[in-house]
Write a protein that binds this ligand. Structure first.
Ligand SMILES: Nc1ccn([C@@H]2O[C@H](COP(=O)(O)OP(=O)(O)OP(=O)(O)O)[C@@H](O)[C@H]2O)c(=O)n1
Ligand SMILES: C[C@](O)(CO)[C@H](O)COP(=O)(O)O
Length: 236
């Protein structure tokens, strides 16, 4: 008899949204009848088998505790860090007191409120089926890709067949990811995603193709686009 895998989730949500430039962090802006934050959490909480969602929140944040989802028994908060990778590591350290090294953890940006539960399920199934070190949702790039020099002259055409956009969630074993991120930070390497931390220590995470509406809200023009995607996803 096989037992179900234990799956946790960490949501880095301690960013201030500098590039977005709103009067409050972008995760607290209105989105599809709620906030960006609530949309993201609602989608994660829909996924079967996630034991708990740990959100990393800035010490300056006065908004999170006012959201009803802050009182959901499956949601716990920890203090965020200086960069995304520090916030994620704080979440992982909290989980290491609850779980074991072999448990799985999904890391998902709060700023990706259009992620589909079906894509998360696909990631979980493929990572577990291939018994891989872990994997991430991604999208193959579509356009012809060019490498430029410092003055924006083309120096090369890069083979697009091997290039992907890295999305989230990213799914790894709790123990392996905690040690890979700890090692990156000990070497003063600020990794921009979990896969990069795992690559640094020699692993080759799986790329699982997800929908390209799982965009990250980074700049102001991303918010109406994400709203449009969310409306399309719920249209009858
Ligand atoms: N110190 C930080 C910085 C970022 N994040 C989170 O990491 C995710 C991806 O980061 P990004 O889009 O860069 O968000 P911000 O840091 O808010 O944006 P900016 O870089 O424009 O300030 C977001 O969910 C953000 O809240 C975090 O938890 N802790
Ligand atoms: C984790 C991430 O969302 C993957 O695309 C990304 O790395 C976040 O940081 P970015 O610097 O805004 O790309």
């Amino acid at each position: 008899m096989s037992t179900s895998p234990v799956i946790w989730c960490v949501v880095p949500a301690a960013g201030v949204g500098k590039r977005f430039g709103a009067s409050k962090p972008k995760q607290y802006l209105p989105f599809h009848g709620m906030t960006v934050f609530e949309s993201t959490l609602q989608r994660l909480l829909e996924v079967q088998g996630i034991q708990q969602v740990v959100v990393a929140i800035s010490t300056e944040d006065a908004f999170f505790k006012k959201l009803p989802v802050a009182r959901n028994c499956k949601v716990k908060s920890v203090i965020g860090g200086a960069e995304r990778c520090h916030s994620v590591l704080n979440g992982l350290r909290y989980l290491s007191n609850l779980g074991s090294d072999q448990d799985w953890v999904l890391v998902h940006d709060v700023a990706r409120p259009c992620v589909r539960a079906a894509d998360i399920q696909k990631l979980i199934e493929q990572v577990i089926q291939f018994d891989s070190v872990g994997g991430i949702l991604g999208n193959p790039v579509r356009d012809t890709m060019k490498r430029a020099n410092r003055v924006n002259e083309i120096v090369d055409t890069v083979d697009r067949n091997q290039l992907w956009h890295a999305l989230t969630p990213q799914m790894f074993r709790l123990g392996a990811l905690t040690s890979a991120l700890t090692s990156a930070l000990a070497d003063d390497v600020v990794v921009t995603d979990e896969a990069q931390a795992m690559e640094r220590v020699g692993y080759h995470p799986l790329l699982v193709e997800g929908h390209n509406d799982n965009i990250k809200i980074t700049h102001p023009q991303d918010l109406p686009l994400a709203e449009l995607f969310a409306q399309q996803q719920t249209a009858p």
